[in-house]
Design a protein around this ligand. Structure first.
Ligand code: PHE
Length: 454
């Protein structure tokens, strides 16, 4: 046995361990920073509606597929495909995931760096008695500056690298379990405050009332991309985590729990932000800064707001960390298990390369603003290629692999190790992964890039 699996691997001890770690990966900046920002850009309710549809019909089945592939394959995505489908090109899906991991973590680290900066601004009481316009300037001055955002991004990357080096179980399990519920609690408190503001009705209407005339094909593609991004799907993160799950775990329950938790938290974040956006006259389509220019206004109005804002940005940074370690893990497990680089060196190598790309992302908000590709700065370019292209395509291949290559019997056997599956559910799942998800992804993608139109 030892020979088959030369790299010593840890397993998650408890059931809560897996759910917490997978949820820790899923829940992060995607929910609290990106979801409100792109919902604002793409027009609100209709975007939300499409996004929720994608989560249910595509995200959930692909999450289950990744768990099945991961636990059955027992290693990193590249290796898992190689083992389950020897001598076929399927392994390159794993490689695409490694590329996506590099790109995502580059810009992810920048936003996490902003969050660290906002911890410091909170500590220094810098939001105090500032008008919405002044808070906006405070943000853009920082975001466009050259040195500080880079330093914080690097700090975040060092922390990510260090945790990955310590190892999966010790590093991840501990972090996720206690702190995420506290973050959720703070968001709920923010919701209550936001709902008491004058703009609450308008904000909720923007978020929940679907006005389909505002929906564009680009918006639909972004909703699809974000469904993958927020659930950590399409690049092998969940395959990697699945490989650490023991056979007694019920994969279906785990997939449902993670998906529901992730979606609820995004909605709670939206409910905290949009009422405030309208109450303070902030532009909904402000872009990546939306959360940073909106929430300080709310903290200012809250009793104990000084402490809440410190705690919020600290926990947001930690939520980002439990996601970033899962992204880095994809690259590191590939380097160490496939390229046979020592795990320690693999971690250093990946962290350094990604940090370098991250510096370019950060500078593209300021001094490198004018360097654009297809009208996108470097940050937006990496975000677009990874979230709107690599993740959906990766997800499409993962669905096809599960449905057509593994097939009914193997899927069923893997799920049955620790769970139960009804015929109805299995048939539904097979339909989604064999046909619906791949076709939907292909259509949305081709439509989104303008190659087909209706
Ligand atoms: N899901 C994470 C978030 O929402 C980001 C992520 C994407 C993590 C892809 C892993 C893989 O913040």
């Amino acid at each position: 046995m030892e020979k088959l699996n030369p790299t010593k691997r840890d397993n998650f001890g408890s059931k809560l361990g897996v759910v917490a770690a997978a949820a820790g990966s899923a829940i992060g900046l995607g929910n609290i920073w990106k979801f409100p920002y792109i919902t604002g850009v793409y027009g609100g309710g209709a975007f939300l509606f499409v996004y929720l549809g994608f989560i249910l019909a595509i995200g959930l089945p692909i999450m289950l597929s990744e768990f099945v592939i991961g636990r059955k394959g027992g290693r990193n995505p590249f290796g898992a495909f190689k083992k389950l489908a020897p001598n076929t090109p399927w392994k390159y899906v794993g490689l695409m995931g490694v590329a996506a991991a590099f790109m995502i973590l580059s810009f992810y680290g920048v936003i996490a760096g902003w969050s660290i900066e906002y911890v410091i601004k909170s500590l220094g009481n810098q939001f105090h008695e500032k008008s919405p316009a002044e808070l906006n300037t405070l943000f853009s001055t920082f975001q466009e500056s050259t040195i500080t955002p880079v330093l914080f991004q690097l700090l975040f990357m060092v922390a990510t690298g260090a945790i990955v080096m310590i190892g999966i179980k010790k590093g991840i399990e501990k972090f996720s379990k206690i702190l995420m519920p506290v973050l959720v609690l703070i968001i709920i408190i923010l919701d209550v405050k936001a709902l008491s503001l004058d703009g609450a009705a308008e904000g909720l209407r923007f978020l929940f009332y679907p006005d389909f005339s505002k929906l564009t094909s680009e918006g639909v593609l972004s909703a699809l991309g974000h469904a993958f991004f927020t659930l950590s799907l399409g690049m092998g993160t969940i395959i990697t985590y699945g490989s650490y799950i023991n056979k007694k775990n019920n994969l279906i329950h785990t997939a449902i729990q993670v998906t529901v938790a992730d979606t609820v938290i995004a909605l709670l974040a939206g409910i905290a932000i949009f009422p405030a956006v309208f109450a303070f006259g902030i532009e909904e389509a402000s872009g990546p800064g939306l959360v940073f220019i909106t929430l300080p206004n709310v903290f200012e109005l809250m009793p104990g707001g000084y402490f809440f804002s410190i705690l919020f940005f600290v926990l947001l940074t930690i939520a980002a960390l439990t996601s970033s370690i899962s992204i880095l893990e994809v690259a590191v497990s590939y380097f160490s298990e496939e390229l046979k680089i020592k795990r320690r060196n693999a971690t250093i190598l990946a962290t350094v390369l990604i940090s370098f790309l991250g510096i370019l992302c950060s500078l593209s908000m300021g001094i490198m603003k004018d360097v654009t590709f297809f009208d996108l700065n470097f940050f937006d370019l990496l975000d677009w290629i990874s979230a709107n292209m690599l993740l959906p395509l990766g997800g499409m291949f993962i669905a096809l692999f599960t449905g057509w290559y593994l097939g009914r019997k193997k899927i069923k056997d893997e799920i049955l190790h620790g769970g139960y599956i009804s015929k109805f559910f299995l048939n539904g799942f097979l339909f989604l992964v064999k046909i619906l998800a791949p076709v939907a992804i292909a259509v949305v993608f081709l439509h989104g890039i303008g190659l087909i139109s209706f």
